[in-house]
Design a protein around this ligand. Structure first.
Ligand SMILES: Cc1ncc(COP(=O)(O)O)c(C=O)c1O
Length: 442
């Protein structure tokens, strides 16, 4: 049975009307990939207002890890909504957030006693971690990476370094933030080649940054994504984070692991940093945590989360309905074996994309872990010039023919479908993307 069903060339008449109304009423600061107007979504399928059905290869921007409207989450939300929807946790108590905190403490890396701070969005988890970094260490400075995306609030955007338009017009940003090059081996910022480079990028931080102009004893923390998301689905080489941690520990600097996109099973492990054998000081979770309800978490060791009463809070953080959604999401991942499934399906996805790399001159690089995989489009393999026009052509072709992919970095197409996407739906959508690649290759 086919999953994709395009009855009216999108955007159809109803979709165009919604787009028009949106443009006339909403903030123009939002930049969308294409005019998909959603009517309903179930599992890995999305229906638009004109009756077309698409396969979801982006999980609603990484949020729908267990698919759209998963039954167990929907039931949990309905049950909790009937009991109470809010009773500010900043001033009072209820039980399910403590249960959720225990669960998050158990699944995040490190077997030690932890504490959890809950907010509403990824950027709020990042803000909380910036404040806690300073509070805990008494140090002001932070290191982050070029290509990073950590969010849009003033603190988080100060750590972001993915696209100039994200910070243009907002300076001055948070002082004391220094960006260092991310280990993007396909386009090494130092022009080196792995493994002959001997992890020059880590030595650069110690020899050129900390030894020359950023006093190490003023640095509280290094914020990083274990696999860069918005920056281009960039996977560091295997020993990178172990070396980074050794360097950080030597100076009493904390590692803050932003798993907002890569966490909650996306890479076939609960958190992407597990692939690198490193236990960070803080872990940030959001997006897929509550299957679409707003919830984020900062998880840290009990000693690290040293701030006192009144130092940080949020009225809507730890919403009880979102907490139930998160408990049901985690339960679904556990009971349905979705970590193993993401590894299996991810293996098949990787194989298909690597075959495309063999076949088409414009597929320059394929990289990722589990169901977080990027395909970088270039003009040609040798020159590696970014194939921006070609990438845009593929993304446009794909959605018009029923496969919802989006891009990241300069010209990378990202594949991050729900962890439980049926294999035949994934195959069907990849066939569509491949046709888009073939057409752009001519
Ligand atoms: C790695 C990472 N950190 C932080 C954020 C910000 O999250 P939010 O949009 O929920 O504020 C994002 C969002 O895409 C992200 O991918």
């Amino acid at each position: 049975m086919r999953h994709i069903d395009i009855k009216t060339a999108p955007p159809g008449p109803k979709a165009r009307k919604v787009v028009e109304e949106t443009q006339a009423t909403l903030s123009p600061s939002i930049d969308r990939f294409y005019p998909l107007v959603v009517e309903s979504a179930h599992g890995s399928l999305v229906k638009d207002v004109d009756g077309n059905t698409y396969v979801d290869l982006n999980s609603g921007l990484g949020v729908l890890g267990v698919g759209s409207t998963p039954e167990r989450v929907v039931k949990a939300v309905a049950r909790q909504s009937g009991r109470f929807m809010h009773y500010s946790y900043t001033d009072f108590y209820y039980g399910n957030i403590a249960r959720l905190a225990r669960k998050l403490s158990a699944i995040t890396p490190g077997r030690f006693e932890k504490r959890v701070y809950f907010g509403n969005s990824g950027t709020e988890a990042v803000e909380a971690a910036i404040k806690l970094s300073r509070y805990r260490s008494g140090r002001q400075r932070i290191l982050a990476f070029t290509g990073a995306f950590h969010g849009r609030t003033m603190g988080a955007v100060s750590l972001t370094a993915s696209k100039p338009r994200q910070m243009k017009g907002f300076s001055p940003l948070l002082p004391g933030v220094t960006h260092v090059p991310y280990p993007y081996c396909y386009r090494c910022p130092f022009g080196q080649t792995y493994p002959e480079c001997g992890y020059f990028c880590v030595d650069y931080i110690s020899d050129q940054v900390l030894d020359k102009y950023v006093p190490a004893d003023e640095v509280s923390s290094i914020f990083f994504e274990p696999i860069q998301g918005e920056g281009g689905y960039v996977v560091p080489p295997p020993d990178y984070f172990r070396r980074l941690q050794k360097l950080a520990k030597g100076h009493g600097i904390m590692l803050v692991d932003d798993e907002i996109q890569s966490g909650m099973g996306r890479t076939g492990r609960w958190f992407a940093i597990e692939h690198f054998g490193v236990v960070p000081d803080m872990v940030l979770v959001a997006k897929a945590l509550a299957s679409g309800l707003p919830l984020s978490a900062l998880v840290a060791g009990k000693e690290t989360m040293s701030w006192g009463p009144g130092s940080h809070a949020s009225t809507f953080g730890a919403n009880p309905v979102a907490a139930e959604a998160a408990l049901a999401t985690i339960g679904t991942i556990e009971d349905e074996g979705l970590l193993a499934r993401a590894r299996r399906t991810g293996g098949r996805l990787m194989k298909r994309l690597l075959e495309m790399k063999e076949k088409y001159e414009i597929v320059g690089d394929v990289r990722g872990k589990g169901l977080m995989v990027g395909m970088e489009i270039v003009k040609d393999k040798k020159g590696k010039e970014s194939g921006v026009k070609e990438m845009l052509g593929i993304v446009d072709y794909s959605w018009r023919h029923g496969a919802l992919v989006i891009s990241c970095g300069k010209s990378t197409i990202r594949f991050f479908p729900p962890l439980n996407i049926p294999q035949d739906a994934l195959d069907e959508a990849i066939d569509v993307v491949e046709e888009g690649v073939r057409l752009q290759s001519r």
